[in-house]
Design a protein around this ligand. Structure first.
Ligand SMILES: NC(=O)c1ccc[n+]([C@@H]2O[C@H](COP(=O)([O-])OP(=O)(O)OC[C@H]3O[C@@H](n4cnc5c(N)ncnc54)[C@H](O)[C@@H]3O)[C@@H](O)[C@H]2O)c1
Length: 250
């Protein structure tokens, strides 16, 4: 049995992960950690003083995740990171720390298999189009923008093509931000935040006379759970560093 702790256990994702870990015969829920709530450890440090943890799953918030991850990797706890908002520099530092300490670390901006396939299809399509933009739509409680999924999608597309947006006329933005945020390979990302959405993303490709849209909608948080289980089993079995669930779906 894999001994799993969930950090952010009282949050929307954390609750779903706790239930999944409890329901799965290969995992045991050994600790719930959250800064809010009574039935939880307040910190990771408190949890490891009280119980043995093989893998910690973190769904907290952008401002906590870097310190949480460093703490785990420095204390021999393998970590699965769902929390978004890590910068490229922080991801690289966690990668170095994971290899230096030989402690597994998997970061996935999106654990939904459908969303990961959307990113993989977008990477494949990128080679064939000069114009591409991403629109991501999330619930209005999301703290970071653009979404980690949108950034990762742009990164994967940039591996297939160095620069997009060729052939556009000179543009003037009369309302700041109207053309979105400029990301890898000049891919514009547009973030929508409103009640009604959970997590959706559309990748648009255009060329003369045609538009290709690749869209994914998450309608229930259960869509992430197969990916989270896959990640827990992976970091438990292998002590490597992985950025993106697509690396496990190949
Ligand atoms: N990778 C994915 O597939 C995926 C999917 C959905 C959400 N997310 C990300 O997961 C994160 C959490 O999302 P959510 O919707 O569950 O948020 P949420 O606000 O519902 O839950 C976050 C929980 O973390 C707790 N928390 C905050 N800081 C903490 C800390 N330092 N230590 C312990 N607990 C702490 C909060 O009290 C809260 O209970 C966000 O970054 C979100 O973008 C990722």
């Amino acid at each position: 049995m894999i001994k799993v702790a969930v950090c952010g256990a009282n949050g929307k994702m954390g609750k779903e992960v706790c239930q999944t870990v409890l329901d799965n015969p290969s995992t045991e829920l050994v600790a719930k950690i959250d800064i809010l709530g009574d039935d939880v450890f307040q910190t990771i440090e408190q949890a490891i003083k009280n119980t043995k943890i093989d893998v910690l799953v973190d769904f907290t918030q952008p401002k906590s995740i870097y310190e949480n991850a460093k703490y785990c990797l420095n204390n021999g706890i393998k970590i699965v990171i769902g929390t978004t908002g890590l910068s490229d520099e922080q991801i690289n530092e966690l990668k170095d720390l994971s290899s230096k300490n030989g402690t597994g670390c998997l970061i996935a901006p999106n654990f939904s298999t459908g969303a990961v396939l959307m990113m993989m299809f977008a990477q494949k399509a990128a080679k064939y189009f000069d114009n591409a933009e991403i629109i991501e739509m999330h619930h209005n409680q999301k703290k970071d923008a653009p979404s980690g999924t949108a950034i990762k999608t742009a990164l994967m597309m940039s591996e297939a093509k160095e620069t997009f947006k060729t052939g556009n006329c000179p543009e003037t933005e009369t309302i700041k931000g109207a053309r979105g945020g400029n990301s890898y390979s000049d891919i514009q990302i547009h973030s929508v935040r409103m009640p009604g959405f959970m997590a959706s993303q559309e990748v648009l490709f255009g060329s003369n006379g045609q538009i290709l849209k690749i869209r994914h909608d998450s309608t229930d948080r259960k869509c992430y759970m197969d990916g989270v289980m896959l990640a827990i089993e992976h970091v438990f079995a292998k002590n490597d560093f992985v950025y993106g669930l697509e690396n496990l779906l190949k």
